[in-house]
Write a protein that binds this ligand. Structure first.
Ligand code: ADP
Length: 451
């Protein structure tokens, strides 16, 4: 096992990793920007080291500074969390050159899945069904028209290097295509330094269903069922649950096995998530994330597995503890992402938190780096807490979520908590009867009604 792990991240996910390390008896090193000197992850780790100024490019993405931090502290391995350097193949390569272990998959797999066209082609070869779309990149408008006419409108123009909901443009009709095509290309060029795009059929009422997989790196893999992340705003998840209200045990076993077989085939190591759009009973592969997901706690809650400890075990070469026959789910879990944002416009709202009270009690988990007196810096993501509840079934989980949200106190900054109170009152949410476009539409009509 590793003698020391450095966590190349901040906020709640850094705490999440520190907690797993502590239970494994592994000392931890926190890295931080100057803006994060007082952050909770710095206080909670065994050691901490400043790696640069507030700007992420000069701190949390500063590879030489992170490597120096490893060398100074003697950390043998790095857990990247999510975001930042977690899906950066070059970073993994550099770590390898320095004899530092990356807690995650091999660079080769990050590279394949990080390019969406290559990921689609790889999955197709592995027998995983994809969203109908172009065969590879679409370099010209002429070709875009041809592909889209064949697929039928609407279509979605996507950047192969896209991520986080960026680099995607919708074309409802052929008239929209020229603009969608050129904006997706230019935006992607600016944001990702790559203007290659491809085209997919736009699905009008799909659910977002993702399968959690885990590979041992030597041809064995398991799945831990699905998460349903269909409540989204601007292609970003806000409310996630497991199991999905619309997936039965037989479907779960079938699609889960298909995904486990696919990652086993490529000898994938560690945690991964295969994302699908699911409409009319059919699964369509969208992308694979080669890291721990923000919403991993819902899976942990119903399977009783600590995914971070499993990642560390695999990276340390201790083999995979998980066996498919021992993995069974129990109950229903829901996570909500609480952001420091002002409603109704979701404007980031950094500032000082005067009072903080986290909900507790049976079946309640709070992942948050907040504390009373903490000043949320303006430089980073606005996620301040993930509240996860688990109940015997979906109605019990919903009732627990309502109860737990009622206990949460964050004074001093605006948060998205009222959104969840309002959502819990909606019959559509109570029934679990929505698709990925529902929330956006509901917010628009609600705001129009309020205005
Ligand atoms: P990113 O990597 O930026 O997260 P994804 O390809 O995972 O991009 O898509 C993010 C979200 O965009 C999906 O969860 C879904 O809401 C929407 N989306 C993506 N592809 C389609 C599609 N073909 N039809 C309808 N919605 C889509």
């Amino acid at each position: 096992m590793f003698s020391k792990i450095l966590i190349a991240n901040r906020g709640e996910i850094a705490l999440r990793v520190i907690r797993a390390c502590r239970e494994l008896g592994i000392p931890t090193v926190a890295v931080h920007s100057t803006a994060d000197a007082d952050a909770m992850h710095v206080r909670m780790a065994d050691e901490s080291i400043c790696i640069g100024p507030a700007t992420v490019a000069r701190s949390y993405l500063n590879v030489p500074a992170i490597i120096s931090a490893c060398e100074i502290t003697g950390a043998e391995a790095i857990h990247p969390g999510y975001g930042f350097l977690s899906e950066n193949a070059r970073f993994v390569q550099v770590l390898e050159d320095h004899g530092i272990t990356f807690i995650g998959p091999r660079a080769e797999h990050i590279r394949i899945m990080g390019d969406k066209i290559t990921a689609r082609n790889t999955m197709k070869t592995l027998g995983v069904p994809c969203v109908p779309g172009s065969d590879g990149g679409v370099p010209t408008l002429e070709e875009a028209c041809k592909v889209s006419d064949d697929l039928g409108y609407p279509v979605i123009v996507k950047a192969t290097a896209g991520g986080g909901g960026h680099g995607m443009k919708l074309a409802l009709t052929r008239d929209d295509l020229e603009e969608a095509f050129s904006t997706a290309r230019s935006e992607s060029k600016v944001a990702f330094g790559n203007d290659e795009i491809y085209i997919e059929k736009y699905l009008d009422k799909p659910r977002h269903i993702e399968i959690q997989v885990f590979g041992d790196g030597h041809g064995k893999a398991v799945h831990l069922g699905e998460r349903d992340c269909s409540l989204q705003r601007r292609h970003q998840k806000v409310f996630e649950e497991a199991p999905s209200p619309v997936i039965d045990a037989e479907t779960r076993a079938r699609i889960g096995q298909l995904c486990a077989d696919a990652v086993a085939d490529i000898q994938y190591a560690g945690a991964g998530t295969i994302e699908f759009l699911c409409q009319d009973g059919a699964f369509h592969f969208m992308e694979m994330n080669t890291r721990l997901q923000v919403e991993h706690p819902v899976t942990e809650a119903i399977f009783g597995v600590d995914l971070v400890k499993q990642q560390i075990r695999i990276a340390a070469g201790e083999g995979m503890e998980l066996r498919q026959e021992n993995l069974s789910l129990k109950g229903h879990a829901i996570e909500v992402r609480i952001n420091a944002e002002k409603l109704p416009d979701f404007l980031p709202c950094p500032g000082t938190v005067h009072t903080f009270h986290a909900p507790g009690g049976l079946g309640v988990r709070m992942d948050s780096a907040l504390y009373a007196g903490y000043s949320i810096p303006p430089y980073y993501d606005s996620l301040i807490a993930k509240l996860t509840v688990v109940g015997t079934d979906r109605p019990a989980a919903l009732a627990r979520l309502r109860r737990a949200l009622g206990e949460l106190v964050v004074d001093g900054v605006d948060t998205t908590t009222p959104l969840f109170h309002a959502l819990l009152d909606q019959e559509v949410v109570q029934k679990g009867d929505y698709h990925i476009h529902w929330l956006e539409h509901w917010l628009e009509t609600r705001d129009a009604g309020a205005a």
